[in-house]
Design a protein around this ligand. Structure first.
Ligand SMILES: NC(=O)c1ccc[n+]([C@@H]2O[C@H](COP(=O)([O-])OP(=O)(O)OC[C@H]3O[C@@H](n4cnc5c(N)ncnc54)[C@H](OP(=O)(O)O)[C@@H]3O)[C@@H](O)[C@H]2O)c1
Length: 319
């Protein structure tokens, strides 16, 4: 199957995970700007239906000839972290689905007549592990260490380590450590919003744990900033500068729908139900977007309450 853009000579941006939540929002912007795009998807038919004939969809990177001009790669593919229980098999899938695609990207970079200028890869604030922090703790910046013995930290470290191997090929590598991405279409927000609308939003555990987040407009904004900004490399925290406590988040979410917030869910049953995965809900990190701000990135949605208000009103942005 060929696509309209396959024979083109303009340099392309290759996106993995293009059909996902962040990927779709990124692709929509790049398509509006008529950029040349290649999307990797396991389901080519579905991806072609999603993007139309202007995007060259491949099910395997082997389908890309060596002479193809690829200026940049954005790696967003990976099985969902929050959802199915973290059994040994699931942990392997979470790791292999990300690292395996990175390895295929590295193979492609080596094979291309000219390697790309930049690789922007998705990681997460889980890199810093589930430290016992409250929302008033000193913020962590990109120099903070991962936590030994914690799965989310080990997963992010492994993903980033693999991506960094592209540096040996002369590729600038930016590792975006996302907080929870809020947008209307997908991800955590629709469920949280539904709960809040029904008056079923809950404070989890003590509610004092930090809840790092970023609006999908800024998730995409930061990817684009990383693609365009030749001075930016290494880890970049992709979180809004305003980290609330989980209790403030729950209350603000309810307030954005004109509701009060009164339910509390104790930590013990959550831990019993979700095991180590409950750390994602019960033990966040206060993270500062130091590298992005230092490089001059201006957040479109820096503060929680206005961001949730905009999402609740359902304007044009928000994925
Ligand atoms: N959304 C968040 O709040 C958040 C927070 C922190 C970090 N991140 C990270 O940012 C990246 C993008 O997030 P997202 O929310 O856009 O992800 P998503 O909606 O879950 O989409 C990821 C894409 O990855 C592909 N994929 C799924 N399972 C796969 C597997 N087993 N093997 C290979 N590919 C697979 C799918 O594309 P095809 O079906 O087309 O192949 C899917 O569209 C992910 O790595 C995620 O962990 C996201």
């Amino acid at each position: 199957m060929t696509d309209a853009s396959e024979g083109e000579t303009r340099p392309a941006i290759l996106v993995t995970g293009a059909t996902g939540f962040i990927g779709r929002a990124l692709m929509a912007q790049l398509q509006r700007e008529r950029r040349r795009l290649i999307a990797l998807s396991r389901d080519g038919r579905q991806a072609r239906a999603m993007f139309g004939p202007d995007v060259w969809v491949v099910e395997s990177l082997d389908a890309i000839p060596s002479e193809t001009r690829i200026d940049a790669m954005v790696h967003l593919a990976g099985a969902r972290v929050l959802g199915l229980p973290w059994t040994a098999a699931r942990r392997r899938t979470l790791l292999d689905s990300r690292v395996g695609v990175t390895q295929a990207l590295l193979d492609l970079m080596r094979r291309l007549a000219q390697p790309p200028r930049v690789l922007v890869g998705a990681s997460a604030v889980g890199y810093y592990g589930a430290t016992p922090q409250s929302s008033s703790s000193e913020p962590l910046d990109e120099t903070a260490s991962p936590q030994a013995g914690q799965f989310q930290s080990a997963l992010c470290s492994a993903i980033e380590h693999e991506a960094q191997r592209a540096e040996a090929l002369g590729v600038r590598v930016v590792r975006l450590r996302f907080g929870v991405v809020f947008g209307r279409g997908d991800g955590a927000y629709p469920m949280l919003a539904l709960g809040a609308r029904l008056g079923l939003g809950a404070v989890l555990g003590s509610g004092r744990q930090p809840a790092p987040w970023v609006h999908v407009d800024d998730a995409v904004g930061l990817i684009r900033f990383a693609l365009a900004n030749d001075g930016l490399r290494g880890p970049v925290n992709a979180v809004a500068p305003d980290t609330p406590s989980q209790e403030r988040l729950a209350k603000a979410m309810a307030a954005s729908f004109g509701r009060g917030q009164w339910l509390r869910l104790p930590a013990a049953p959550l831990r019993w139900l979700a095991g180590e995965m409950a750390d994602l809900l019960l033990a966040g990190q206060v993270v500062a977007p130091r590298a992005a701000l230092a490089a001059g990135y201006v957040f479109q949605h820096p503060r929680l309450e206005p961001a949730l208000g905009e999402l609740a009103r359902g304007g044009q942005s928000g994925g």
